[in-house]
Design a protein around this ligand. Structure first.
Ligand SMILES: [Zn+2]
Length: 1084
């Protein structure tokens, strides 16, 4: 094996960041290039040669090629959005038709009828509606940071400068945040279900508690009395159930400790909440007052204690309600990004974005849009400051793709000092001859060709003609200075590497892949209007040895070359290995026909793995290009070769200090290989088909560190799993991807990026390197203070991604975001986004399990959240009894979502979860965006039988608890990886007939992997819902039919995350009480 001596270590941007003195930043590629000055990537550096006449603005043109997904939420009436599979990411088949095989007899290349592609709709490239640039009319003055038009009531306190948070506003806000005691006699809950002794219970006098807010009720504030039906987050504490930890309000009843903690009684028929009243107890209680659950039983003989009471789930913050409210309040107006520090609508709300100077929330979401001015404040609050960045995110067709800006041969205009790119926040001074950097304050001369006059407001007159002055997101065409070795890149290559060992052949997988590739190769990513893809392809098969194929167009038949010395991998052929699909069509087709036949009788069960990656890497090196390896692999690589692995799975390690080793690779070999791959721009996508443990933690290292993806199909069966696999493969091959990518996040003075989470490699502390970065991948970046921030100037982020497009064009994608800064903690807590916070916390925890015992990680999570909420309680909430749990309005779901993270398979595995599953999920979550983590941790549960077959809308979601299910209904639950269809035992026969085509519940087969296609409105509606949901997710979800009271129901119940889990995870109610206890301990 050849070791890459030219380690790719350097950042691309050449110059030191301010504040990072002493940090050597070599040129791109890590080598000192003689004759190339350090400032090779810098902006124009020369002296200003006197006054220059203004130069006409450089043209710009839209960047091309990013496909769009369907709208995220509502059922789109456009039938294309109901097309199966990956909606919108498909390209229509070439109109000219694929050339037929040269001669049918010897080269049966045969293009399969490709129905999925046929109705795949053409949404690739630039949507017609996006062609004209959307920008404010010239007559409308527009300054980024000041609202051009009032967008909603929110904009009133989103101007630059401190928000005018009036006392009144604040109070109104707080009123909505209180989960306080309204029933005067109700004592607070205390550590329900967590074994807290009565000693920790605060003295209860029985005297009426003051209302949560002193003084008369303010408008919109609820103090007592009938609650608003839609806002159940102002809740009185019910008496703690006697059953839980023996806590009794009122007179202590010594010795009476009630029954064990309640298990949720299955109440399949129980559907609607009895009422929405606050503080109501649920359950039968006719005999005694709610406040005295421990009271004598009125003459009942001693015997089983009364049924346990608990906090009414309807009285605690409901994710469904929060999602619905946000949809109703924010779904109708476009989100206009011209205002600093605006909190965007939730990821579950369907909204349009208009870029007016800040990056769309589809590209960047933050944990808070108003960050504390000082590190002391930040530490006090414990609210992590993080941004979740998806640089190549797919936009809906209605939104404009980033424009491509060309600043000419000298490259993009940048700050001389910190190298930040020209953006809407740079201040032009001295009549436009210089600009002051918004990140480091350094003043830079405007290059002559970029000069423009300023208008009377100090704005350049070409403001609206230049995306980099008026928009939050745009692209620059990169010059050769931004290219590795100062050479423009070649177009990338795709190499398909197929395991042909016994299991792969026997299961039909090899034949399936070969058949699929014959058609799929016509759908490789193309740039814009290009007729054909620039991507070249190559093929390798392997078991214990590797087989390379020469598919040069001049050959009549493909040629195979076997490399059996896997210890020192080399590529036995250069010419003819990577080819253009159209030119070599017949040879490729012949090869793909022959592969399944060649290995049909193989007895070889052993495989190698690392040499496969090395082979792909060497091939890309030889071709001097970046690229992607698609590896289809079935087993633990035990054959004698570099990177050979042993089976070290050991479930006994769970809950021990050694559990972390299950997540760590068993050898560092793959880390070194990953580093070499990143240096070459060799991204690895891995499709796994295991029948047993194959050590995902180790095999995943290279995909993970190169920015690739892992897909896993355990116990792959052709019949049930091929559809899902093929959908994933098609999407993976076709999706937009940038190669040889380097991302840097610059920040204005006062904060800096300190930590990064995602699938990438870092050779220094600032640059995130990815051999490939696709449209689904997210990088979460944490920020820390290194100085004070200023309320007036706020804080700025600029994410710059340098990458090679699928046609080999070197580009920079820039995203800018401005945030507010605050001196009052209340402002921080009013502008947080819990979904993003959970994304960060999950990634933080999932990284933590690599180095710490899982219990330590869990405890740290709980502690951090308790501190966040305690700080709010202490500093922002009005004085009230310690018995009240008071949550900030925008964090009221933090406890329920955090509990979902704590109960997830990585942090608390159930008995059915394998070590490979956990490693797989850990890696998946680390690249997820906010929408994906949201539905992954709190799945979406829809009552299908409530769907209106005549409308495009989805049925209203319900909360993830068994008691919300009715045995007379059918439900869909999805979490981004699986879709369950749950059928109650009492569902009407007609519905069963319509959906499954069988006459009774007992005849429903749970072996179905798709719903039968039946011609009736209910079947059509349900299938359209499933298809739509599939289209919203980056992976094709496995469909699982679950019948109530059937074996599989256990699996389904695992996703009812508000309930107690089989693996010991707390119910939402119990966890909320536990958090309350933790908070009170912190406050006391
Ligand atoms: Zn600067």
């Amino acid at each position: 094996m050849s070791v890459n001596q030219q380690a790719h270590t350097g950042p691309p941007y050449g110059q030191p960041q301010p504040g990072y003195q002493g940090y050597q930043q070599p040129a791109y590629g890590g080598q000192s290039l003689p004759g190339v000055p350090q400032s090779q990537y810098g902006a124009y550096n020369g002296p200003m040669p006197g006054y220059q006449q203004p130069v006409p603005p450089q043209g710009y043109f839209p960047s091309l090629g990013f496909p769009s997904k369907g709208s995220p939420v509502s059922l789109n009436s456009d039938t294309s959005s109901l097309a199966p599979n990956f909606i919108g990411s498909l390209r229509a088949p070439p109109t000219s038709g694929a050339p037929p095989p040269a001669s049918g007899a010897s080269h049966p290349s045969g293009h399969l009828a490709y129905s999925q592609f046929e109705h795949g709709d053409v949404q690739n490239g630039i949507p017609a509606s996006a062609a004209p640039m959307q920008r404010p009319p010239a007559s409308q003055p527009f300054l980024p940071g000041s609202a051009p038009t009032p967008v909603s009531q929110i904009s009133t306190f989103q101007q630059y400068g401190p928000p005018p948070a009036s006392v009144q506003q604040l109070r109104n806000h707080m009123a909505g945040m209180t989960i306080g005691s309204t029933a005067a006699s109700a004592p607070p809950p205390a550590g329900l279900g967590y074994g807290v002794g009565p000693s920790s219970y605060p003295p209860t006098t029985g005297a009426p508690r003051p209302p949560a807010m002193p003084g008369p009720p303010l408008p919109g504030q609820t103090v007592a009395g009938p609650p608003p039906s839609s806002q159940p987050n102002h809740v009185s504490s019910p008496p703690p159930p006697s059953s839980m930890a023996g806590l009794h309000p009122g007179p202590p009843m010594s010795g009476l400790h009630g029954p064990p903690p309640p298990t949720h009684p299955p109440q399949p028929g129980y559907q609607m909440q009895q009422n929405g009243s606050f503080g109501q107890m649920r359950g039968p209680q006719p005999n005694y007052g709610g406040a005295y659950p421990g009271a004598p039983n009125y003459g009942s003989p001693p015997g089983p204690p009364p049924p346990p009471k608990r906090l009414d789930p309807d009285s605690i913050p409901s994710p469904i309600q929060v999602i619905e409210d946000d949809r109703n309040n924010r779904g109708s107006e476009p989100f206009v990004t011209g205002v600093r520090g605006q909190v965007p609508p939730l990821v579950t709300t369907n909204f349009l974005v208009k870029d007016q100077g800040n990056a769309s929330p589809r590209y960047i979401r933050c944990t808070s849009y108003n960050i504390p001015c000082t590190s002391d404040m930040a530490k006090q609050s414990q609210v992590p400051l993080a941004a979740v960045i998806k640089p190549l995110a797919t936009l809906p067709p209605e939104e404009t793709l980033p424009y491509l800006v060309d600043h000419g041969e000298s490259g993009p205009v940048r700050c001389n000092r910190c190298k930040a790119y020209m953006c809407p926040f740079m201040q032009f001074i001295e009549g436009g001859r210089r600009f002051q950097c918004c990140f480091c304050s350094c003043v830079t001369e405007v290059p002559p060709h970029y000069f423009q006059h300023l208008d009377h407001t100090g704005k350049r007159v070409d403001f609206y003609d230049r995306p980099e002055l008026s928009l939050g997101s745009y692209e620059f065409l990169a010059t050769v200075d931004y290219c590795k070795n100062n050479k423009f890149p070649s177009p990338p290559a795709f190499i398909f590497m197929i395991d042909v060992s016994y299991n792969a052949v026997k299961s039909g997988l090899v034949r399936l892949i070969c058949e699929e590739l014959k058609s799929l190769l016509d759908y490789l990513p193309r740039e814009g209007n290009m007729e054909e893809s620039a991507i070249r392809v190559g093929f390798v098969t392997y078991n214990k040895v590797l087989h390379f194929y020469n598919v040069k167009s001049s050959l009549a038949q493909p040629q195979m070359m076997v490399v059996s010395d896997v210890a020192d991998m080399f590529v036995p052929l250069l010419d003819g290995f990577l080819v253009n699909v159209n030119e070599s069509r017949t040879v490729i087709a012949s090869l793909l026909d022959q592969i399944p036949e060649m290995f049909a009788d193989t007895r070889e069960t052993e495989t190698v793995f690392a040499p496969v990656i090395q082979a792909g890497l060497e091939a890309l090196k030889a071709a001097e290009c970046a690229g992607k390896l698609f590896i289809f692999h079935t087993s633990l690589p035990i054959a004698e070769a570099p990177g050979k692995l042993k089976n070290r799975d050991d479930r006994k390690l769970i809950n021990t200090d050694k559990e972390k080793t299950l997540f760590q690779p068993q050898t560092s070999f793959y880390n070194n290989l990953a580093k070499d791959c990143v240096a070459q721009g060799c991204c690895v996508d891995l499709f796994l088909f295991p029948n047993q443990y194959l050590d995902v933690a180790t095999l995943g290292v290279v995909p993970y560190q190169t920015g690739g993806s892992i897909y896993k199909y355990a116990y792959f069966q052709l019949e049930t799993d091929q559809y899902r696999f093929l959908n994933d493969l098609r999407r993976d091959v076709q999706k937009e991807v940038g190669f040889d990518a380097v991302m840097r996040v610059r920040t204005s003075t006062g904060i800096r990026a300190t930590d990064f989470f995602g699938a990438f490699y870092m050779s220094n502390t600032t640059d995130v390197e990815m051999a490939g970065l696709d449209c689904d991948k997210t990088i979460t970046v944490e920020f820390k203070h290194d100085d004070k921030l200023n309320e007036d100037s706020g804080a700025l982020l600029q994410c710059a991604l340098l990458y090679t497009s699928c046609a080999g064009q070197r580009r920079l994608r820039i995203h800018n975001l401005s945030l507010n800064c605050c001196t009052q903690l209340a402002d921080l807590y009013r502008n947080c986004e819990t979904d993003t916070l959970i994304n960060y916390l999950a990634k933080y925890a999932y990284r933590g399990v690599l180095s710490s015992p899982v219990k330590t990680v869990r405890d740290a999570l709980i502690n951090q959240c308790a501190q966040i909420l305690a700080c709010y309680r202490k500093n922002c909430a009005s004085p009230s009894s310690a018995g009240q749990l008071i949550l900030p309005e925008c964090m009221k779901l933090l406890p329920v979502y955090l509990n979902c993270v704590l109960k997830s398979d990585v942090l608390q595995p159930g008995p059915e979860v394998t070590t490979d599953d956990r490693a797989y999920i850990r890696q998946l979550v680390t690249s997820m965006d906010v929408a994906e983590t949201n539905v992954f941790f709190y799945p979406r549960l829809l009552p299908l039988t409530k769907a209106d077959v005549d409308s495009d809308s989805l049925p209203a979601a319900i909360r993830n608890s068994e008691e919300r299910l009715s045995k007379g209904d059918i439900y869909l639950l999805e979490n981004g990886l699986n879709v369950f269809v749950w059928v109650g035992v009492s569902v009407q026969q007609g519905l069963i007939q319509n959906l499954f085509g069988v006459s009774s519940f007992s005849q429903i087969s749970n072996a179905l992997s798709t719903l039968p296609v039946l011609e009736n409105p209910f079947s059509k509606k349900v299938r359209s819902i499933v298809d739509m949901i599939q289209g919203q997710r980056s992976r094709y979800m496995k469909l699982i039919i679950v019948k109530q009271e059937d074996k599989l129901e256990m699996l389904f119940k695992h996703f009812l995350v508000e309930d107690k889990s089989l693996s010991g995870g707390a119910s939402y109610v119990d966890f909320l009480c536990h958090m309350h206890k933790e908070i009170r301990q912190l406050l006391s």
